[in-house]
Ligand binder design. Structure first.
Ligand code: WT7
Length: 638
C-alpha cells in the first residue's frame, strides 16, 4: 500500500493509524519513495519538546530544487510549472515550463552568487506576484541562501524591522507593482526602509511597471541585465536536512514579529505530501491558490508543495475585483482550473456581489475548493458550495499556521465527508490533543479545549530566528510536552475538529466560555450583515460582556438599525443561547484587517475598553482609516 496518496476513507484511517503507531516508518517510507536525496538520513526523528529541539531526517543531504525542478525534467520538461496570469486581463498569460523554470532559476542563482551571496546568508525578497518572486525563492534555495519574503504590501517600517531582525545582506525588489487599477511604488518603499538597514549591501531590482525610479550608485542593480549575462548552469548546493530553508515573519499577540524558521527536508516532505492529498492533485490538473507568496500559504502551496509534485501552479498578480468581480471566475474558466484554494475573507467579499458575475462563466473544471486562514462561517461555506462548487466539489476547510508549515487538519476531498465550518480530521502524522485549563488532556468526543499537537510532524518551524527562548515560551511552555497552537477547538461526536478561534479571543461571560467565531457565524446569518467581529469588555455583573462591531451590506435600502440589533440578538439566542447576546452593537463601515485579511480584534478590544491611548502600529493594516471612524462612532454613544 502506498501511504502517499489516500483515495478512500478506510484507507485514510489505516494510514492515519500507522502514522501514529509507527511515525518514523511512516515518514521514512514516504521520504524514500517520493523524493530525491543526495545521501539518506542516519535517523528519521529525534525530538524533545522541553528544550525544544526537533530534527527530521538527520544526516540526510539534499537540495529542495532538485526535487521541485530537476527531477521533473526527463518526464515533465515541457509541462507548465508556473502559469502566470497578469493583473491586466489583456496582457498575455505566461506559461513557464519546468525546463524554462530550471534555466531561469539557475540564472538567478548565478546572479546571487556573483553578487556575493553564500550559503546561509539571508536574502530579503520584497517582490509582487510576478514570476521573479517564485524564481527568487527557488534561486536562494538552490544556493543554500535563506530567503525571507516580506509581503509586498507591508510598509517601509515593517520591512525595515524584518530586514534588520534577520540581518539580510540583500534585498530583491521591483520598480513597482500593479494592483487592480493602481500602481504601487515598491522601490520607494524599499529606499525608505533601507535608511534604517545598514547591513544591506545590494538591492536587485526587477522591472515591472517601468516607472522612473532612483537607483543608488553601488547598491542598486537592475536584475535583467545581470540575468542576461548569467549562465543557465548552476549546480545545486548540497544541504543538510536541518539547514534553514527560509524565515517567514508572523505577528505575535505582543511585541515584534516572530521570524519562524523552516528547515529543508521535513518541510519538503510534508508540504509535498499534504499538497497531494489535500487537493487530490492528478497529473495535468491546473491548480490555483489565490494567496500571495508573501504568506506561508503561498510558500507551501503555490511554490514548494505543488512543484515538488510536478504540478502546474497558477500565480495571479491581481485582485478579485479588477477589472470587475468576475475576475477569479474568468481565470478559472480561462485556464480550466481544477483545484481552487482561497480565503474566507475573499469568499465573503465575492458573496456580497451580484450572481451575474458568475452566471455565464463555465466553472465545470473545478473539482476541489479550498479555504484557509480563518474559520469559514456557515453562510460563506454554503455560498461557496452552491455557487462556485455547484454542490459537486468538496470544500476543504484547511486549518494550519505559519508555524506548522503545512496543512494540519483538513478533509481529504472525495475521501472525508465534509461538514460546514469543520476542518474535520487530522492529516496522517498529525496528533491533535485538546487540553483543559489545568493542563490535562481532554479525551473522548463532544468536548472542547485548547488545541495542541502532541507529536512532531516534519514541517514544524524549528525556532524563531535569533530568539529560541521566545519559541519555547510561545509554543512549548503552556502545556508540558505539547506544541500549543493558540487556538481553541471542539471535537464532535465523530471526532471531527472545529476550530473555534484564537484562545485569546475566547471570552468568558458569566463564567461561560464563549468563542467569538460561532457568535460571529450566527450574526453573519442575518441577511443584512456583511461581516462582524466580537470582543469582550468589562462588565460589573458578568465579568465580561460582548461588544459586536458589525458591517452591514450596502444594498442601498435604508434600515431601522434598532430592529436589526434586535434581530441579531434573536439569531444569536437561537444559535447559541441568550448568554451569547451582545450588550453593545456598533455598526461600522468596515473592520480593521491585517493584510492577510484577518480582523484585528486587538484594536477593537481596546476601543471597546475605551482605551485608545496605545493602539500600537496600525500602519500595516489593510485599511488603517477605518480605525478612526470606529473610534469616533464608538464614543458618540450610538
Ligand atoms: C491562524 C494561523 C495557514 C495559513 C494562513 C494563516 C487561523 C487558519 C484556519 C481554518 C480556522 C484558521 C488559526 C491559526 N486559521 N486556518 N481553516 N479555520 N482558523 O496563517 O497567519 O499563521 O494564522 O489562522 O487561528 O492559528 P497564520
Amino acid at each position: 500500500m502506498s501511504n502517499y496518496h489516500i483515495k478512500h476513507l478506510e484507507e485514510y484511517y489505516q494510514v492515519y493509524r500507522k502514522s501514529v503507531r509507527e511515525p518514523e516508518t511512516f515518514w521514512e517510507e514516504i521520504a524514500i519513495e517520493h523524493f530525491m536525496w543526495r545521501k539518506k538520513w542516519d535517523k528519521v526523528l529525534s525530538w524533545n519538546f522541553s528544550k525544544p529541539e526537533i530534527k527530521w531526517f538527520e544526516g540526510a543531504k539534499l537540495n529542495i530544487t532538485d526535487n521541485c525542478i530537476d527531477r521533473h525534467l526527463p518526464t515533465r520538461g515541457d509541462k507548465t510549472a508556473i502559469l502566470f496570469e497578469p493583473n491586466d486581463p489583456n496582457e498575455p498569460t505566461e506559461h513557464i515550463t519546468y525546463k524554462q523554470l530550471h534555466e531561469r532559476v539557475n540564472k538567478f542563482a548565478n546572479v546571487l552568487k556573483e553578487q556575493g551571496i553564500k550559503k546561509g546568508d539571508r536574502v530579503c525578497i520584497y517582490v509582487p506576484m510576478i514570476p521573479e518572486l517564485a524564481i527568487s525563492l527557488l534561486a536562494c534555495a538552490r544556493i543554500g541562501a535563506i530567503h525571507s519574503v516580506v509581503f509586498a504590501g507591508f510598509s517601509s517600517t515593517a520591512l525595515a524591522t524584518r530586514i534588520n531582525d534577520s540581518d539580510c545582506k540583500m534585498v530583491i525588489t521591483c520598480d513597482g507593482s500593479y494592483r487592480g487599477n493602481k500602481t504601487i511604488d515598491l522601490k520607494g518603499i524599499v529606499d525608505n526602509a533601507l535608511e534604517d538597514c545598514s547591513g544591506v549591501e545590494t538591492v536587485l531590482v526587477a522591472k515591472r511597471i517601468h516607472s522612473d525610479i532612483q537607483m543608488k550608485e553601488g547598491r542598486d542593480k537592475w536584475l535583467q541585465p545581470l540575468l542576461d549575462e548569467a549562465s543557465t548552469c548552476c549546480e545545486a548546493e548540497t544541504m543538510d536536512s536541518e539547514d534553514p530553508l527560509f524565515i517567514l515573519y508572523t505577528s505575535g499577540s505582543t511585541g515584534k514579529p516572530k521570524g519562524m524558521v523552516h528547515t529543508t527536508a521535513g518541510y519538503m516532505v510534508y508540504t509535498a505530501y499534504s499538497f497531494k492529498n489535500a487537493f487530490q492533485y492528478r497529473e495535468n490538473d491546473v491548480y490555483w491558490c489565490t494567496a500571495d507568496i508573501g504568506w506561508i500559504t503561498g510558500h507551501s502551496y503555490i511554490v514548494y508543495g505543488p512543484l515538488a509534485n510536478g504540478a502546474t501552479t497558477v500565480m495571479f498578480e491581481g485582485v478579485p475585483s479588477y477589472p470587475d468581480f468576475s475576475r477569479f471566475w474568468q481565470i478559472v474558466e480561462k485556464h480550466k482550473v481544477n483545484q481552487f484554494y482561497t480565503a474566507p475573507t475573499a469568499i465573503r467579499a465575492l458573496a456580497k456581489q451580484s450572481l451575474d458575475f458568475i452566471d455565464n462563466i463555465d466553472l465545470s473544471s473545478l473539482t476541489v475548493l479550498g479555504s484557509v486562514g480563518e474559520p469559514i462561517n456557515e453562510e460563506a461555506w454554503h455560498w461557496y458550495n452552491d455557487n462556485i462548487g455547484k454542490r459537486k466539489s468538496p470544500i476543504i476547510d484547511s486549518w494550519w499556521q505559519t508555524e506548522t508549515g503545512g496543512i494540519m487538519i483538513c478533509p481529504i476531498p472525495y475521501v472525508t465527508p465534509t461538514k460546514p465550518t469543520y476542518a474535520t480530521l487530522p492529516f496522517p502524522g498529525i496528533q491533535p490533543a485538546l487540553m483543559d485549563e489545568n493542563g490535562e488532556e481532554i479525551k473522548g468526543n463532544q468536548v472542547d479545549g485548547r488545541l495542541c499537537i502532541k507529536f512532531p510532524w516534519p514541517s514544524m518551524a524549528r525556532t524563531i530566528w535569533g530568539n529560541h527562548q521566545r519559541y519555547k515560551d510561545t509554543y512549548f511552555s503552556a502545556y508540558k510536552d505539547m506544541y500549543f497552537t493558540g487556538d481553541g477547538a471542539l471535537r464532535d461526536e465523530v471526532g471531527y475538529y472545529r476550530i473555534t478561534g484564537r484562545v485569546d479571543d475566547v471570552i468568558i461571560v458569566s463564567g461561560h466560555n464563549l468563542g467569538t467565531a460561532p457568535i460571529e457565524d450566527a450574526i453573519n446569518e442575518h441577511p443584512a450583515v456583511a461581516e462582524s467581529a466580537i470582543v469582550g469588555y468589562p462588565h460589573d455583573v458578568k465579568g465580561n460582556a460582548l461588544y459586536g462591531y458589525i458591517t452591514l451590506k450596502d444594498t442601498g435600502e435604508s434600515r431601522n438599525q434598532d430592529n436589526v440589533r434586535k434581530e441579531i440578538n434573536q439569531i444569536i439566542t437561537e444559535h447559541i443561547g441568550p448568554i451569547a447576546k451582545l450588550d453593545k452593537i456598533q455598526f461600522t463601515e468596515g473592520l480593521p484587517k491585517t493584510r492577510s485579511g484577518k480582523i484585528m480584534r486587538r484594536i477593537l478590544r481596546k476601543i471597546a475598553h475605551k482605551d485608545t491611548s496605545n493602539l500600537g502600529d496600525t500602519s500595516t493594516l489593510l485599511n488603517p482609516e477605518v480605525v478612526q471612524s470606529i473610534i469616533d462612532d464608538a464614543y458618540n454613544d450610538k
